[in-house]
Design a protein around this ligand. Sequence first.
Ligand code: SAH
Ligand code: SF4
Length: 353
Amino acid sequence: MTEENLHDSPTTDPLDLHACTHGQLLALMAELGQPAFRAAQIEDWVWSKGVASPDEMTNLPKALRGALAARTSASSAVELARQVSLDGSRKYLLRFKDGAAAECVGMPGTRKLSVCVSTQAGCAMGCVFCATGRSGLIRSLTAGEIYEQVMHVRNDFNTRVTSVVFMGQGEPFANYDETLKALRRLNASGALNIGARHLTVSTCGLIPQILRFANEPEQFTLAVSLHSTIQKTRDALMPGVKRFSLVHLYAALGEYTDKTGRRPTYEFALMRGVNDTDEEIDSLCDFCRGTLCHVNIIQLNEISGSPFHPSTSERAQAFIDRLARVGVEATIRNSRGADIDAACGQLRQRVIS
Ligand code: SAH
Ligand code: SF4
């Protein structure tokens, strides 16, 4: 191909390198008279090296870099804030091109780096104990924007990411397609190559999507936020999922475990005097007994101005002991990064323009 047609002015919208498919990139290469292997080289820059600016793709011919700059775009997130917790976790506030912002967190361990990503800016579900739920939904994030959060954390720690939890702002299953695209991208061998079991999606309990997730071929891990198995209490705490009753949720989870053979995690944040009673323990034991599951008991993270407060460690232990007696595995999980408001439910929505 000649220099001239490489620099033809674009007649179509630029191709978003963070959102396009392999097929679209191949088509662009064909159009530019480039061999197909260039598409793989570009994807390697974007997905393995975290580079979306064609100028920096040094193994491409200069003329192609110029053509790519004219024909492609990439939503590069800007870091607006970075906070480091006493426990080593780091929270970032990233701003996307339209001004919507979302937070992500990196949690290092021994030879491990776990990343918590947001799937939406804000959240429409309105759980009363959650900081994200207070401000409503701004918009869903694209797969590229979800992926970028992981790359951002990876680059800051300069180490391999070993697991990703979709537990930041937003309800992943209210943004199912983009969430799945991001999961697949993270799992892909040409990209970060994170094992499907180390990719966990947490949902507040959207039943149709739980059933859809059961049919995906990959072994992604599912977490479900329960917080109460007494309908009245759950309705009050999680008004956004009122329409999906616990009876139906129980049946859907049965279908999920039958189909996949995988063990979902149930999250239960203890709130003093609200869902830490003996009646709640009895009910949770009934919900879990004889089923494939693992229960995570979490102490509620305090949100300023909230009427809800964490329970006591005695009550948390009572949950663990009683669940053990009916053969259900349960652990008390400590949230990381509470001192920088990076713990579960503390991520707040902001819009920066
Ligand atoms: N929307 C999804 C995932 C993001 S929230 C969901 O709700 O599952 C991640 C987890 O943090 C969920 O289990 C959520 O219920 C929990 N959470 C929300 N607010 C919390 C708080 N103040 N303290 C502890 N956990 C909280
Ligand atoms: Fe949304 Fe999850 Fe917060 Fe509920 S707990 S408001 S679903 S982010």
